[in-house]
Design a protein around this ligand. Structure first.
Ligand SMILES: Nc1ncnc2c1ncn2[C@@H]1O[C@H](COP(=O)(O)OP(=O)(O)OP(=O)(O)O)[C@@H](O)[C@H]1O
Ligand SMILES: [Mg+2]
Length: 117
């Protein structure tokens, strides 16, 4: 983790079946070894973390969220929020989607300290 008190993680979701069906293609390119992406040809952005479409809920949690929950339990304030346009994966990433089946352990999350805005 960096020492900044505000950290931003970018999670890139996979194309949806509808997007595949209508011929959409990925427009985000990840740069290897650094938390950076390029949109289109030349618009680069740097984050504290970048999670590719293959990254699991558990890995997102372990890398970006778990340490904050541990600090929270030691008495420090922590706020975790999901931000993005509709359909970008906020509810999915927070594990609060009503359609998520509790029979899928990978999607259940680990704690109930979650805020989805
Ligand atoms: N990382 C992911 N892997 C697989 N599917 C995903 C992922 N992220 C999102 N999805 C799927 O994409 C769709 C949209 O995600 P979601 O409902 O979480 O978006 P949202 O940001 O909460 O949108 P809204 O602002 O409308 O509430 C859902 O069908 C969800 O299951
Ligand atoms: Mg949502």
């Amino acid at each position: 983790m960096t020492s900044s008190t505000v950290r931003v993680a970018l999670r890139i979701r996979p194309l949806s079946p509808q997007e595949h069906a209508s011929g959409e293609t990925e427009c985000v390119t990840q740069l290897p070894g650094v938390p950076q992406i390029v949109i289109g040809a030349d618009r680069a952005f740097t984050f504290d973390y970048v999670f590719s479409p293959e990254v699991s809920q558990e890995q997102v949690y372990d890398d970006a969220i778990g340490p904050l929950v541990d600090q929270f339990l030691q008495g420090y304030n922590a706020t975790i929020l999901a931000y993005g346009q509709t359909g970008s994966g906020k509810t999915f990433s927070m594990g609060t989607g009503l359609t998520i089946s509790v029979t899928q352990p990978e999607l259940q999350g680990k704690y109930h300290v979650k805020i989805d805005m």
